[in-house]
Ligand binder design. Structure first.
Ligand code: HXC
Length: 396
């Protein structure tokens, strides 16, 4: 390589400009809000030194268009690439809120779409770390076409590779629909929020005052809307949990999940079950005690713990192999099936079926919840989803 040449000099200049872009001042903007930078998140997620970034030096599409105080930015507000997580190939993108609020312009979108297509081709999971104000207003309809490409890719890959999203700041406007189409959504408590229209629009249209947290914080999406499956207190713990979660899943729909060492536990199930499950069918008990009795020690990873807790779902290991668990929870509403638990169970079962994960069902259910509310809100329509999912499933 000619180290004195023009190209090399330009390369060094670009590297220097990139370093400035990831300046301590920009990092401080994130840290002051209790958030990490896009690059810190990537570094935490991947095995050390394994991440290969692509399209680092692309620049925003609208640079050629006259408008505002746009500065030259490399990467267009998103880091994309691939690397290893616990030794397995994974693709990821990480939005950078310090570049135009992580908003999605055309080039930003093309980078995400490209990495999605690479993940599908390689049969490897993809993780999106979201921190974005939605469609980049300045780029108008070009941003919307960018979203169309991203959504199309998610749908195309659905059931073929696991697709996970982590919300690490705002996910506003179009930014909410990538997570919604993905398999599992992680949120960070108090620093992340998701809404189609924000508090300002709510105020203008409905004349209602509401904070971002009340409208679309992690608590709301974990407990009420069911959009978020897993919630953690800070970004470090969220990323650690995500890595642990990934270890239950296969890389794609033609592989089996990784097998872990058999922990050798052989509990005396019959004896202990007698202590947990009461003779009186009207007495409640915690089905999670039963789950923990059956599975490998400490291997239960519950999904959507806060949403519809009358049905428990999650992954576990039996003799080192991943299984999915669906269990009525007699401790909550006597384990009755309602609309929320039906849709929760159906979605989980369909994921297991797509990814070769056997399902263990623990059934102790008084039936579907009676009443006007449930009937009028469509228990027939939503309950049918649970029947459909079980009937369609071809895993053991
Ligand atoms: C361009 C944006 C932006 C966007 C934020 N920014 N969102 N730039 N397009 N969508 C910029 C801000 O102008 C600001 O730039 C910087 O990012 C940081 O934003 P702040 O507002 O200072 O941050 P904060 O107070 O934390 O608020 C974050 C926010 C808010 C809640 C996300 O910025 C916001 O409400 N943004 C607009 C959200 C929105 O309406 N999105 C919908 C887009 S339409 P400076 O230069 O001042 O630092 C859409 C439809 C898609 O997405 C439909 C697809 C199906």
């Amino acid at each position: 390589m000619d180290l004195s040449g023009k190209n090399y000099k330009a390369f060094i200049e670009r590297q220097e400009a990139l370093k400035k872009q990831y300046s301590p001042a920009n990092a401080e903007k994130q840290h002051s809000k209790g958030k990490l930078t896009a690059r810190e998140r990537i570094n935490l997620l991947f095995d050390s030194g394994s991440f290969e970034e692509i399209d680092t030096f692309v620049t925003p599409a609208q640079q050629t268009v006259e408008f505002g105080k746009l500065e030259r930015t490399y990467g267009d507000g998103v880091i994309v690439g691939h690397g290893k997580i616990n030794g397995r190939l994974v693709f990821a993108y990480s939005q950078d809120f310090t570049v135009m609020g992580g908003s999605l312009g055309l080039v930003h979108a093309k980078k995400i779409a490209k990495i999605q297509e690479m993940a599908l081709k390689m049969g490897a999971p993809i993780i999106g770390m979201m921190d974005s104000g939605g469609a980049r207003i300045q780029e108008g309809v070009a941003s919307l076409s960018g979203y169309a490409a991203i959504f199309h890719n998610i749908i195309n890959s659905s059931g073929i590779i696991p697709q996970l999203c982590v919300i690490m700041g705002p996910a506003a406007g179009g930014a909410v629909y990538s997570p919604a189409l993905c398999d599992f959504v992680f949120m960070v408590n108090r620093t992340s929020y998701m809404f189609v229209t924000g508090p300002n629009v709510v105020k203008e249209v409905l004349n209602e005052e509401i904070s971002s947290e009340e409208l679309g914080g992690a608590e709301v999406h974990g407990r009420k809307s069911g959009v978020a499956h897993m919630i953690y207190e800070d970004e470090e713990n969220t990323i650690m949990a995500l890595k642990k979660f990934l270890a239950y899943l296969p890389s794609n729909n033609v592989e089996n999940p990784p097998v872990h060492a058999d922990d050798g536990s052989t509990p005396d199930i019959n004896e202990k079950l007698r202590d947990i499950v009461p003779d009186d069918p009207n007495k409640a008990y915690d089905v999670k005690d039963v789950i923990n009795l059956i599975i490998d020690r400490n291997s239960f990873f519950e999904t959507a713990e806060l949403y519809a807790p009358n049905l428990v779902t999650g992954f576990a290991r039996l003799k080192g192999k991943t299984i999915g668990i669906v269990a009525n929870q007699p401790k909550v509403l006597a384990g009755v099936l309602d609309i929320d638990s039906s849709t929760k169970g159906a979605r989980f079962i369909r994921f297991c079926d797509a990814f070769n994960i056997p399902i263990l069902t623990l059934e102790d259910v008084p039936g579907f919840l009676p009443g006007k509310d449930q009937e009028h809100s469509g228990i027939i329509r939503h309950g049918a989803k649970l029947l459909f999912a079980y009937s369609e499933a071809s895993v053991p």
